[in-house]
Design a binder for this molecule. Structure first.
Ligand code: SAH
Ligand code: SF4
Ligand code: F3S
Length: 452
């Protein structure tokens, strides 16, 4: 049997796509391997969001090329595929920069991989045209065993692409226009996942709360409505969604945080900056105060909600005052966990053309100050859960026998010691302590309260 090795960079959408590629290639006689050295087919599923992410691909390709040559010397052929957002953005340039690459395929075209791989070797291919057909209609479902081997928590893509055009971002170009999957297809996939033993579903999209999927009766469902329906699926006890845009947090979705016990009290809602001037230059279409008021409404609906966000420092033209506005917004809101980045100019995006780029040392200093504050907030949040009784979804065995790891409703890793529990179970745990990245707890009961 041939073997395929898939490595994914970037966001959850890429994780999902990598799994779909593996499922599709299983039908073509490829078994998945975790060891690149033994792979007949190596797929790098790439990310173009920041320069570092994109450049990483070329250094990795250098290593893959060496491997290809070594295997060739032993009489084995290795095919190299570059998929994902760098493939979409750079296309032919990848073939030019790395001669060992056989196929370049964009995120909307990977359902064609089986065909592309059958072409003669000399014919190096780039397939990045946005197709008319829907790739999801061509992707086979994994077996039950395969689904379960990936864990009790699964991603499900419900929406792809983005029409927001934030001035720093490549996603609208690499993933194309925003498209929602039809409700029936999403429900089919969710039921199949639940049937295989999945307990937690995270519905994903580049702009997931812009979801507007068509239902069988022709009506259009919002994300709030979809979440209500997903919560009815037997076996699904936890729901999450990511990534959302502040502009698309509608009443129905906020109300779902109040009304749906299965919807976990955790929200990743990127704000990027606290300065109105910078938010405007970024084309985010809201102010700092609008974000604060939105968070207030969400907290009224679900007082214990844990908040997460993304930040960019050093956006072109960002002054000390603009940066202080970001620090103030962070201090006002209080985040449980976050991602923060130095602005990275991306080819083809409007912000990259801006003539006032912030010098690197200033970016470095601002990022350090921001991350310091965010880390203090994260530790404070985690400390605040010590002593609480929380539901924990058990996900995988711990490092030592008798140890088992799971997640709190707030997405914190929790470690417990017990022989009497099993993976996939929601248990009630008293949090007894913490390390820098996880919580420790003791089992209080089975069943949990959130599922009730
Ligand atoms: N759709 C999501 C974000 C997807 S990209 C949203 O609207 O928020 C994930 C994060 O990467 C962004 O939130 C942003 O913080 C960061 N990012 C995107 N482009 C970037 C760039 N050019 N430089 C630095 N960070 C960037
Ligand atoms: Fe990028 Fe903005 Fe779209 Fe998010 S909303 S994917 S940051 S363009
Ligand atoms: Fe990266 Fe593409 Fe996701 S650029 S963040 S892999 S949508």
């Amino acid at each position: 049997m041939k073997k395929v090795f898939v490595k994914s960079y970037g966001c959850q959408m890429n994780v999902y796509d990598a799994e779909r590629m593996a499922d599709m290639l299983a039908g073509e006689g490829y078994a998945e391997t975790k060891a690149m050295e033994e792979a007949d087919l190596v797929i790098l599923n790439t990310c173009h969001i920041r320069e570092k992410a994109a450049e990483k691909v070329y250094s990795e390709l250098g290593r893959v090329r060496e491997l290809k040559e070594e295997r060739e010397a032993q009489g084995h052929e290795t095919k190299i595929v570059v998929a994902g957002c760098v493939a979409q953005a750079e296309g032919k340039e990848i073939l030019r920069r790395q001669s060992a690459v056989d196929v370049v395929v964009g995120p909307q075209n990977y359902h064609r991989l089986p065909d592309l791989l059958k072409r003669p070797r000399a014919e190096r291919i780039v397939d990045t045209e946005f197709p008319i057909e829907d790739k999801f209609d061509h992707l086979p479902a994994p077996t039950k065993a395969k689904t379960l081997s990936r864990g009790v928590s699964a991603f499900l893509t419900i929406q792809e692409g983005c029409d927001k055009f934030c001035t720093f971002c490549v996603v609208p170009y690499t993933r194309g226009a925003e498209v929602s999957r039809p409700v029936a297809k999403i429900l089919d996939e969710a039921m199949r996942l639940a049937d295989a033993g999945v307990r937690e579903l995270t519905v994903i999209g580049q702009n997931v709360n812009a979801f507007h999927g068509e239902a069988a009766d022709g009506s259009v469902w919002s994300l709030g409505r979809l979440l209500h329906r997903l919560a009815e699926i037997p076996g699904i006890v936890r729901l999450r969604y990511t990534t959302s845009h502040p502009r698309d947090m509608d009443e129905e979705l906020i109300a779902a945080h109040r009304d749906l016990p299965a919807l976990m009290p955790y929200l990743h809602l990127p704000v990027q900056s606290g300065s109105d001037r910078i938010l405007d230059l970024m084309n985010r279409k809201h102010t700092g105060d609008e974000y604060r008021r939105l968070i207030e409404r969400i907290r009224q609906a679900r007082p214990d909600i844990a908040l997460s966000s993304d930040f960019i420092v050093g956006f072109p033209g960002e002054t000390d005052q603009d940066f202080e506005d970001t620090m103030r917004l962070v201090a006002d809101i209080g985040f449980a966990s976050t991602f923060s980045f130095k602005y990275s100019p991306r080819p083809g995006t409007p912000a990259a053309e801006h003539d006032v780029q912030v010098p690197e040392p200033v970016k470095v200093e601002r990022l350090a100050r921001l991350q310091n504050l965010l880390e203090t907030q994260r530790q404070a949040f985690n400390l605040g859960t010590v002593g609480q009784t929380l539901d924990v979804l058990l996900e995988k065995p711990g490092r030592h026998p008798g140890q088992i790891n799971g997640k709190s409703p707030y997405l914190q890793p929790v470690q417990i010691e017990s022989e009497a529990v099993k993976i996939g179970e929601v248990v009630t745990v008293r949090i007894t302590g913490k390390s820098s990245n996880s919580l420790f707890g003791e089992l209080i009961g089975h069943g949990g309260r959130e599922a009730a």
